[in-house]
Ligand binder design. Structure first.
Ligand SMILES: O=C(O)/C=C/c1cccc(O)c1O
Ligand SMILES: [Fe+2]
Length: 313
């Protein structure tokens, strides 16, 4: 029974709008090091916390949290597509345990996931199908959002279950840090987009998928030229958050309101709750200690881009 924590930002703009080569090399070095560390750890199970971006979860029924007992990735922005190797019975067991612990979590026997899940699996493990994975969705864009406290309690409950398995568990938190890409909002969407957000976006026609992709790419290009075209990245907030997670003082985040996060760091920054849940799951195995940390604001990727690795203290 042991665990390794790897938190990592994701961004579908990789390969579409890239920073200069030295920065690409720097990030590549961070990911290569994380991958080697994971290889040495040799995980038997992955617990992957990630948000969705209106590709698998919609307002027809929007849970705060959902565990997939079967899942497939759609391959948006050219990320890997296909089935995830979910150990169904274990995932069902996890749901039961989390419910018993007092955290109401939804379950999906057919979870549709996007780059939030597929990118870390590709970058950190070399593909979707390398290690059995339990995908855990945390709603990070569709208001009303769960709080930091609930994300922490979800992670804690899943971590306590995972710690009882007698397995080497890799815990991944995918997303963040500060950013606000052009994700549509129900309150301001036109009728067509409202319909998409209510569920018809689950199977987007090809040409609309391409339009959606190019709209985000165009927004990234504009953001590089003028960082007031979207909510600016907030390196100061990001560094503060990294320090909180690294120190293990996760309860300090309980009093941070969702409004404050949106105002200070951008509306998609709520993705960091996937880091919080992952770190709380890690803490359920015992005290952890930071091994490596990386941070750089990367406007090309519309991301305060960060990584953090931690192991048992
Ligand atoms: O439009 C989307 O699907 C999301 C794009 C995006 C852009 C930058 C950082 C992220 O975390 C994203 O999910
Ligand atoms: Fe995202």
């Amino acid at each position: 029974m042991t665990a390794l924590l790897q938190c990592l930002s994701h961004t579908p703009l990789v390969g579409h709008v890239d920073p200069e080569q030295p920065i690409l090399d720097e990030v590549d070095g961070v990911i290569t090091a994380a991958r080697k560390r994971i290889e040495a750890f040799d995980p038997e199970l992955v617990l992957l916390f990630s948000p969705d971006h209106y590709n698998g979860f919609f307002y027809d029924i929007m849970p705060s949290f959902c565990v997939g007992t079967k899942a497939y990735a759609i391959g948006d922005f050219g990320t890997a597509a296909g089935d995830l190797p979910v150990p169904t019975e274990l995932a069902e067991q996890a749901v039961q345990q989390v419910m018993d612990a007092g955290v109401d979590v939804a379950l999906s026997h057919k979870m549709q996931v996007d780059h939030g899940f597929s990118q870390p699996l590709e970058f950190l493990l070399g593909g979707l199908d390398k290690v059995p994975v339990i995908p855990v969705f945390i709603n990070s864009v569709a208001v009303p959002l769960p709080s930091f406290q609930r994300a922490r309690l979800l992670g804690d409950a899943l971590g306590r279950w995972a710690a009882s398995l007698n397995k080497r568990v890799l815990i991944i938190g995918s997303g963040g840090l500060s950013h606000q890409p052009p994700v549509p909002e129900l309150a301001t969407a036109n009728d067509h987009m409202k319909d998409r957000l209510l569920g018809s976006g689950r199977d987007l026609p090809e040409e609309e998928r391409e339009l959606r992709t190019s709209r985000v790419i165009e927004a990234a290009r504009k953001f590089v030229d003028d960082q007031n075209t979207l909510h600016p990245l907030n390196p100061e907030w990001d560094q503060w958050f990294l320090e909180v997670v690294a120190s293990g003082k996760l309860t300090e985040l309980d009093s941070v309101s969702n409004q404050e996060v949106s105002d200070k760091a951008g509306k998609s920054t709520h993705e960091v709750k996937n880091w919080v849940a992952a770190a709380a799951a890690m803490a359920a195995f015992g005290d952890y200690a930071e091994e490596t940390r990386y941070y750089r604001p990367i406007p090309e990727w519309i991301a305060g881009y960060g990584a953090l690795t931690a192991a048992k203290a």
